[in-house]
Design a binder for this molecule. Sequence first.
Ligand code: NFS
Length: 651
Amino acid sequence: MAYDRERNPSQAAFDEASVAMLRKADADGVESDVFSRADEQGAPCIFGSEGRCCRICHMGPCKISDEVRGVCGATLDTVVARNLLRELVAGTAAHSDHGRHLVLLLKDVAEGRNHQYQIRDPGKLRAAAAAWGIPDTTIDTLELARQLAELFIAEFSHQEGKLASLRLAPKPRQGTWDSLGIAPKGIDPSVVEGLHRSNMGVDHDYRNILRGALTTSIADGWGGSMIATTVGDILFGVPSPVRARANLGVLERLKINVVVHGHEPALTEMLVAASRDPEILAEARAVGAEGINLAGICCTANEVLMRHGVPVAGNFLQQELALVTGAVELMITDVQCCMPSLPEVAKCYHTKILTSNPIAQHADAQAVDFSSENAMDCAKAILRKAIENFPNRDPKKVAIPDISQPVVAGFSNETIFNILGGTFRRSFRPLNDAIITGRIRGVCGIVGCTNARRGTADRYLITLARELIRRNVLVLKTGCAAVAAGKAGLLTPEAALRIAGPSLREVCEAIGIPPVLHMGSCVDNSRILMAATYLVEEGGLGNDLSDLPAIGAAPEWMSEKAIAIAHYFVASGIDVVLGHPFRTMGSEKVTSYLCGEIANDVGAKFHYIPDVERAVETICAHLEEKRDALGINRKVERKLFDMKDRRELYV
Ligand code: NFS
């Protein structure tokens, strides 16, 4: 029997396709979905949600308060800071392990052990080798790839000195990290050290623990994630603008629907190629289908959207709902953000759930033996399972919402350079000039997840993006936030330009970029770090990332990975707005450090802002303050929300 919902579907999800599928889930007798389970949980435990529960040793768990210490004597501040660090470390480990797998694949390709993949972008390889300080250009491609792979492998294991990747950041930023002693030595040691210092009886100074969190986060953003993006581009190609569609309506009634879900692109890249193979297509037709339709969920979706224009079925909270269409023959999951409930939902339909990664299996799903050496065979075998399953589809259970929006994605920095300056005059100059003259007030990166327990899914994300472009702020997007924008029609130049403020519109039309740029998956937040770095290097906007009229926002975050991302933005000097707080509200000192004093250390801080209107105001005020400090502000009317604006708000 379906769960008796507390929230009606349109209170749970902002987009109509999701609402329709929630209703269908109830009608089909799906036991539960992420929204119904969120409601069923009721109010969260205050000790857990405020970071006041300590489970680190087995004298506990301890419930900590201002008056009550842990059995070991740990104070509230220590416990709250330690819990936050542990979450951040786990997020960093996830991004970095993803990066490591790609580096090992690059090494295999370079050393001739893997012929299934190639160096798809030798230009990116050479640019990366130069950026990481490998001398020269005359070395042959595979040898250069081998040297770069070796360098990256060492980045994971360095025990001394500091990460070579930090050299990509502006010099003054590197100086800040050095003077605070927060430059990470290596990616893996920073994860290990974070776990060590948060052990029972180690680090008890909340400020020191939080600085440790900054170290680990830098190892994520400038290390593991930067490397994941770079190697992905080298092996699979640097993204360039591509058209596709987003939302559940991309599933096709007459085709075999295969949904790819997770984060690592290696198998998915092969599935894209295999799904276009004439032999496979003939087999699909032989069972009565018109072809194979590959579609994605979460960041695997973003990877193949950015590089191949593969349609996006949805973001994080839509993974179960894709199955509820009754039209998915097979979903293949790899790592991260794949809900354990998928096989349970699939039982109501004919859908097969497969797992492809040895560290991410499910007792009720079939594991496929994927290794990068048998990638193409494996991809074809997976598609054949989907083809075999097509005749099992029950037409009575199929209802694909006819809802999807066109999107343009693929805005790597290389593409932005080319658009702004042309291939021969690659330059960020036009963008810097537009910011300096005030036609663009600043830049906001809106990133991260959607969250079933924080209001209506996607609503804050979409409202924030719309209101910022209306106020002439250029918006950069990654991850599930980018997919939310796509579903709301904000990722086509045509649609977004209608909403954009007049001066942003004028600039976007003149230089040929949309006002909301999809820059990729969550590891591709490293592209946003580099975009900010190029703005600094281009000149006229200060000497460091903390000088820029730029800010980040993760309105509906839920993952530990988002905690790492938010910290590396702040560690890099860029303020971050969070739609709901980290689990620090139990400690006034920890919260006030993160939302205040931390700026004395790194020049940026966090803002906990549950209300989207206030977020818009805070972000705009922050950008104007940065502009004032740079001395580039011309008089513009600073307009906050009046009643008319509130009525017009797209919520
Ligand atoms: Ni990012 Fe991408 Fe989405 Fe959140 Fe999960 S898919 S890695 S963690 S939910 S944005």
